[in-house]
Design a protein. Structure first.
Length: 207
């Protein structure tokens, strides 16, 4: 490897139950360790006050979004009510090539789409230690009605069907511990992937 060429980065897809704290874990990871980058999605909705193109989202027209679909430019995409959202393949690949470990927080259906296109991606599902704790955290937000809590718990039941497809299950009992574990498993996964790729090349060159 050239000395001027950065070490190849990685993609980690993070999913989890609403209320399990996946967003909090990822923010803490970014502030504690260097070398990470959040994936930036593309959307057709209008920017909200304070949002910057290329930081929160890439804001595009529906025509540009549809063209990106036709060109195979998304790792995954979906439409919610009036607007479309997608993960740009080029942005993720450019970040990885630059040596960044990309974090992508996404729901389970999107994660399954990504695994079909990037099976080498690291996948992590975040959960609370128990179902009772999940319910407690949702209520503790102070922003959820009992009806919305019930809806999120029902959604969590559906999401458990996808957990076996994830490589790692991260139990968020203690925030600091969970952040350390996520960092460790991402770096271990990178080392494993690098070893396999090098071993494969060495095998091809033997004899």
């Amino acid at each position: 490897m050239s000395e001027n060429r950065p070490e190849k980065g990685s993609l980690t897809v993070v999913s989890g139950f609403s209320g399990a704290g996946k967003g909090t874990i990822m923010k803490a990871l970014l502030s504690r360790y260097e070398g990470y980058a959040l994936s930036v999605s593309m959307t057709t909705r209008e920017p909200r006050e304070g949002e910057v193109n290329g930081r929160e989202y890439f804001f595009v027209s529906q025509e540009e979004f549809d063209r990106t679909i036709e060109e195979g430019g998304f790792l995954e995409y979906a439409k919610y009510v009036k607007h479309s959202y997608g993960t740009p393949r080029r942005y993720v690949e450019d970040q990885i090539a630059a040596g960044k470990d990309v974090l992508l927080e996404i729901e389970v259906q999107g994660a399954m789409q990504i695994l079909k296109k990037m099976p080498e991606a690291n996948t992590v599902f975040v959960t609370t230690p128990s179902a009772e704790e999940l319910k407690k955290r949702l209520r503790g937000r102070g922003t959820e009605t009992e009806e919305s809590v019930a809806g999120r718990l029902a959604r969590a039941v559906e999401e458990t069907e996808f957990i076996p497809y994830y490589q790692h299950l991260l139990i968020n009992d203690d925030l600091d511990e969970a952040v350390g574990k996520l960092h460790a498993l991402i770096q271990d996964s990178k080392k494993r992937q690098a070893f396999v790729e090098q071993f494969r090349e060495d095998l091809k060159n033997i004899g």
